[in-house]
Design a protein around this ligand. Sequence first.
Ligand SMILES: [Zn+2]
Length: 58
Amino acid sequence: MIVGYESSTQKFRERTDASVVFVLRRKKCACGKEVTAKQLTQYSACRTCVAAAIRRVA
Ligand SMILES: [Zn+2]
């Protein structure tokens, strides 16, 4: 039996139900800049951090 599973699942559903479309939800990049969830899913960072990472590799 997983203690706390029921309540955390319920809280998760409450939050996701209350929010707008997933990809439009605001997330924070490691640098602190707010980006959309879609951007983080695709690049796992904001545009600035992705560009910086590419510059470091090149
Ligand atoms: Zn960033």
